[in-house]
Design a protein around this ligand. Structure first.
Ligand SMILES: [Zn+2]
Length: 76
């Protein structure tokens, strides 16, 4: 499910409003960072390396999810 939360670009307030900030009337945006920023890309490799070497204490589900994102996320 996508987040319903928005963030005002003017005053930085978080809101559920989809078009205008209730505080200052500014534009609101979804606050999530871009999916593959340069930092994220390297972090992804570090996480994968840890994961494959067994140093991440993750359950099987989380492990599969990360592997799926890693191998499936680059093509789009
Ligand atoms: Zn605002």
């Amino acid at each position: 499910m996508r987040s319903l939360l928005r963030r005002c670009v003017k005053c930085g307030a978080y809101t559920l409003s989809r078009d205008r900030c209730p505080r200052c009337g500014g534009e609101v945006r979804v606050p999530h960072p871009p999916k593959f920023s340069p930092e994220d890309r390297y972090q992804k490799y570090r996480i994968l390396q840890k994961l494959l070497s067994g140093r991440l204490p993750l359950g099987e589900e989380a492990r599969k999810k990360i592997l799926r994102e890693f191998y499936g996320g680059e093509s789009s």
